[in-house]
Design a protein around this ligand. Structure first.
Ligand code: WTA
Length: 656
């Protein structure tokens, strides 16, 4: 038997730990035990401590209609008030947002300014566009401060925002608008990338072409590019906002009133609108900011995500602002003008916490190995990663070259659905191991379970990453589809007779009880930390008239973590010239239907797909072939077992 190589362990920095909010494992264990012994008392304590309630709640947790848990019932609050108003007494002149544009332009927005800007935008939505509590507003914006004002303005008047990542195509935007039945779209003319202007408004125009629930479009000026205006529908934010009153009363919201929807990919069908509600979400956003990043009053914190993803929601806007921190918003790309850009910014802004994705770390390492040495990175205290498992070489570079072997790396594991981190080291307490998310955060009942028995798995044995009790920031529903919510998250694992929340990820425990996330167990591909459903990509490819069948799988990719590998069966003649043309055309279709993020890294044209007799595509076989692995599955149950060899020979010939 081969001896298992133990991962090295790095103890927390003792100096840092002295002032950390959670200082050692005893404190971690105490909190964890408290939650285990008195779950409701634990959450009650923090809800009272962290939230400024307009009206107190009467019930901490109502589990009578699981999986639809309800938290802090009876309470009233307003999330925008949590993020802005309550800081005005003590922090009115503190930087709330520091914005750095793609071209190096910058802007500091204090809490006072954030208050006025948000109120004005809230008044604009209310007075000019008639937006009311419960209405859905789509935000399709670049990374500029107005995007944060838009989010907070919606929260202030009780509208439900749904941000669509700016890289999504008109078709993808149209689908999300339709599903959310949005009344208003907030967008910008465009923005800048690598010093060049790019446009967003034309994408919105296309998405609204034909029948649409959208009545008004609010356009923020960013790059001044030429755009067309539809009279009666399109309005200039810059024109209208000037005349808005700078006070807007915050709408009292019930704890369980929706705050936002965010569309994310699942294993089947169209993206689902993950719904997060007010109190529980903001509570955990703030608690994890404080515990996991341990941001202090004078710190400057930078999360490089885009607000189009959940990380941007919780850890650029809501979490940092709820705790009164200074958060950086960056419009550009980390490798422009060179791969030293983030490190230059760390030096310039004296950044204390830096949070990014493994993909970015790999790219920055590859393109700029010597860049970190050119800058003073000594302000850094905590480094974070998110979005996909980080590989040990990237972890090592991050730890040694960026963190100078003195910063904790918090490998934060979570999802759109969990609202905030669920498994992560605490920088002052948890001894860390490379590429390991370590332990559930205090209060989160995270366990790796055997899907067959519902029992906790043994050391080294793979299982399903689950959460066995509802927690405040968990997904409250899939917009408009309660059955899909139940089926997607509570159908696979049953513990002690009760369905539990299953994340969709595989994981295992090591000898110290640490959790390592091994990746999705379903048909979701994680490309550069972005979730893509195979069904979504396949539906796009099928729109090409020449495609008879398609199956898409993930394949390990040096920089992206996973790349998209497509097996395509053509309708017509399958000649080389035809295939070359088809690669281009199919990628065009994907770009139109979803956006550049879903382009295929590899396409192979095959005579057929491996299917069971009931017609289900055996993706496991296709995944193995893409990776060049031996096929260990039984292929005798396939409709046409011979097809596997045929596919293998096509793939092998492509790889030569
Ligand atoms: C993956 C992003 C390993 C996981 C916040 C999850 C991770 C999906 C980690 C959610 C991590 C996220 N280690 N895998 N630290 N963090 N993932 O919804 O597969 O865009 O299910 O949320 O990313 O992606 P989402």
């Amino acid at each position: 038997m081969s001896e298992k190589v133990k991962k090295p362990v790095y103890q927390p920095n003792r100096e840092f730990a002295k002032d950390a909010r959670i200082k050692n494992m005893c404190e971690y264990n105490d909190l964890h035990r408290w939650a285990e012994e008195d779950y409701e008392g634990y959450w009650d304590h923090f809800a009272k401590e962290k939230i400024d309630w307009m009206e107190p709640y009467h019930t901490v947790l109502d589990e009578s209609n699981m999986p639809f848990a309800r938290w802090f019932e009876g309470g009233k609050l307003n999330v925008a008030e949590q993020c802005i108003d309550r800081h005005l007494d003590t922090r009115k002149n503190k930087a709330a947002i520091i914005f750095e544009g793609d071209r190096g332009d910058s802007q500091i927005i204090t809490y006072r300014e954030l208050y006025y800007n948000t109120n004005k935008m809230a008044n604009l939505l209310k007075n000019e566009f008639g937006v009311k509590k419960g209405d859905r507003v789509i935000i399709y914006m670049p990374m500029i401060p107005e995007a944060a004002y838009a989010m907070l303005a919606c929260a202030r008047i009780g509208a439900i925002h749904s941000i669509v990542f700016g890289g999504f195509s008109a078709e993808a935007l149209r689908d999300r608008i339709a599903d959310a039945e949005a009344k208003v779209v907030i967008t910008a003319d465009g923005a800048y990338r690598k010093s060049k202007p790019y446009m967003l408004k034309p994408v919105v125009d296309k998405a609204l072409d034909g029948e649409t629930p959208v009545e008004k479009v609010c356009v923020v000026e960013r790059n001044g590019g030429d755009i067309t205006w539809v009279p009666g529908r399109d309005y200039s934010y810059n024109e209208l906002v000037k005349d808005q009153p700078s006070e807007c009363p915050a709408e009292p919201m019930d704890s369980e009133d929706p705050l936002f929807l965010l569309y994310t990919s699942g294993s089947t069908g169209q993206p689902k609108g993950v719904q997060h509600n007010s109190a529980g979400y903001i509570l955990w956003a703030q608690m994890t900011m404080e515990w996991v990043f341990d941001v202090k009053e004078n710190d400057t914190y930078w999360c490089t995500a885009d607000i189009g993803w959940i990380t941007g929601h919780t850890y650029i806007v809501y979490g940092p602002l709820a705790m009164g921190a200074t958060t950086i918003m960056f419009e550009g790309v980390p490798t422009y003008p060179d791969a030293g850009r983030p490190w230059k910014m760390v030096e310039e802004y004296k950044i204390n916490q830096f949070y990014t994705a493994p993909t970015a770390i790999r790219v920055l390492h590859k393109l700029g190995e010597n860049e970190p040495a050119k800058y003073d990175l000594s302000s850094l205290k905590v480094l974070g990663t998110v979005g996909e498992p980080i590989d040990p070489p990237a972890w090592k570079w991050y730890y040694e070259e960026i963190g100078n072997s003195k910063c904790a790396i918090v490998d934060t594991y979570w999802q759109t659905e969990t609202g905030g981190h669920i498994v992560s080291p605490l920088p002052g307490a948890t001894p860390i191991k490379p590429a390991c998310a370590t332990l559930p955060l205090p209060g989160i009942m995270g366990e790796i379970l055997d899907p067959e028995t519902g029992k906790k798995t043994e050391v080294g044995e793979g299982g399903y990453m689950c959460v066995t009790r509802p927690w405040p920031s968990m997904i409250r529903g899939v917009w408009g589809d309660p059955e899909r919510f139940k089926k997607s998250y509570f159908g696979d694992v049953v513990k002690d007779g009760k369905p539990v929340y299953f994340t969709g990820d595989g994981a295992n425990y090591d000898e110290d009880g640490y959790i390592t996330i091994t990746g999705r167990t379903d048909d979701v591909i994680n490309v550069s930390g972005h979730r893509m459903g195979t069904a979504e990509v396949e539906a796009a490819v099928k729109k090409h008239a020449g495609v008879a069948e398609v199956a898409v799988v993930g394949k390990p990719h040096e920089l992206k973590g996973e790349g998209i590998f497509a097996y395509i069966v053509l309708k017509g003649e399958d000649t080389l010239a035809e295939e070359i043309e088809m690669v281009k055309e199919i990628n065009q279709v994907i770009k139109k239907e979803i956006g550049n993020i879903a382009l295929c890294d590899e396409m192979v044209f095959v005579p057929g797909l491996p299917k069971t007799r009931s017609g289900k595509i055996m993706r496991r076989i296709l995944r193995a072939i893409a990776k060049g692995e031996e096929i260990t599955q039984d292929t005798s149950t396939l409709e046409d077992p011979g097809v596997v060899e045929e596919i293998q020979s096509v793939v092998n010939s492509c790889m030569i």
